[in-house]
Design a protein around this ligand. Structure first.
Ligand SMILES: [Zn+2]
Length: 117
């Protein structure tokens, strides 16, 4: 179990699945760089901000930029923020096709009905 209460098997699964930021498709890096921008560092994200929901649907990885912007906002609120507007992150159009994600999860999309591989 890691420090976020995510069991090892789930951590491995999500690490293997979410190679890029689930929201913006950013190519993420694992380590906090000693210098330079940290926006692309991978973080653990609870899509629904509820630490007790530890499922493959709710646990995901996104970049620092998205995570800090989203903060404790509900996804539906965050989607309306200027951060998302500027980046084209929205409920209807996801960026999966652009980023070529193999396990698409649309920001604000229906959680749980995601297609696996
Ligand atoms: Zn991001």
């Amino acid at each position: 179990m890691n420090s976020w209460g995510i069991p090892d098997w789930l951590e491995r699964e999500v690490r293997g699945r979410d190679k890029t930021c689930i929201y913006y498709g950013t190519q993420m890096i694992e380590q906090m760089p000693s210098r330079g921008p940290r926006r692309a560092v991978a973080t653990w994200e609870h899509i629904i901000n509820e630490a007790s929901i530890v499922t493959r649907e709710n646990i995901a990885r996104c970049c620092v930029a998205c995570n800090s912007s989203k903060g404790t906002k509900r996804l539906s609120k965050w989607i309306d923020s200027s951060y998302c507007k500027k980046r084209g992150i929205n409920k209807d159009g996801c960026r999966c096709s652009e980023t070529g994600r193999s396990a698409p999860r649309c920001a604000g999309g229906s959680n749980g009905s995601r297609m696996d591989r």
